[in-house]
Design a protein around this ligand. Sequence first.
Ligand code: SF4
Length: 453
Amino acid sequence: MSDHIKKRVAAVTLGCKLNYAETSSIVDNLCQQGWQVSSIEEGADLIIIHTCAVTKQAEKKSRQKIRGIIRKNPASRVAVIGCYAQLNQDDLASIDGIDAILGSNDKFDLQSYNDITSGSILTPLVKVAPASTFDDVYQGYSLSSEMSTDRTRAFLKIQDGCDYGCAYCTIPMARGRSRSISLDQVVDRAHLLAASGYREIVLTGVNIGDYRYDDLVLCDLLRKLEKVNVSRIRISSIEPDFVDSELVSLVAQSEKIVPHFHIPLQSGSNSILKAMRRRYDAAMYRSRVMQAVEHITDCAIGADVIVGYPGETEEDFLQMYRFIEELPLAYLHVFSCSVRPNTPLARQIANKERNPIKSDEIAHRYAELIELGRRKESQFKERYTGKKCMVLFEGGKPAHNGIQQRSGYTRNYLRVLVESADNFAGQSISGNEVPVLIECLGDDLNLKGRVLS
Ligand code: SF4
């Protein structure tokens, strides 16, 4: 394709890091076929909207985004892809102006994007293979084009799907069974990311602790990744049953694998954990967290929690509250329970085996946990004021908000802001890891500091 006829593609991603990693791959693969990256503001022949369906709210956000984009970009072709497309194509079919609805595996087939922009087929094109047929992970990943303007952190997909079958979760229906990308391919991609200048690799997947390929597991992969020429490797989200002594001692000894885990908790009440079909109780969760913080210097642990799970009594909620209060957590992500269609939980409610919680009670519990989360986060971050931390600054230009401000993350995932376009050792701090003296914690819970010379 010569330059003057290059088709332009813009992409919008909602949802998790895995979606972001996948969007980047799709866009990059289109670019390798001669497409050109654009933005919605600049105009595009094709707009890809990568959706999320983890909660009712996420679906609503996806619908709003789709409608807004279609209204403002009548000349563009619009492809709606991802979990919402996989789970609810009928909902999407009722929105006028969508040119393609592509499910979790079908979104990787580039021919669909060519077809809808060439006008060679009637639209909407609907391709949604059932999740039960997903038996391999899409292997055609390449470097991220979306992130090429800011070569700081790259999301690297290592796994997809989940076999755990938690009662409330729709992901196994959206993304299929757990499967992993081969160790060699992950390591090759990591080397490519390092060679193109990325400083941090964030491993992504649905249940990355469940990484298994030819008898090799996550710790085997991590040992190989430690040899890649990047400053940081972030595990990020991992189920508590995988935070075992082998992983903890590997992270404790590593100079590259950063001391940060996001370990979903969901509830601190054993009866609710059991109803959720989670694979641990509160005592096991606590022991995994304590093991990590005791052995890994500066280990930051964040957690997801769900409030208002059907059947959650006031006592269950209080147990969760007290449990979290006593745990050394660095931050909380709080969600109100959203009952997803076709899950075991939805069936239990239909059969009157579990009762939904009133919405005002859910709102009350949610507010309490948000406040507790703020308190935990502020307590954790306060420990760093007056200390020196290594901060990896984001690349690109500083924000133009009157003052020049740059932001980056410590190794244990604390966001730090510095004012003015500081240099370190004669080099811009942009995209580099440099020492920062943490001066204070702002009301917005961001740490503020100055670059040390
Ligand atoms: S571990 Fe449970 S909550 Fe997480 S993706 Fe798997 S089924 Fe869903």
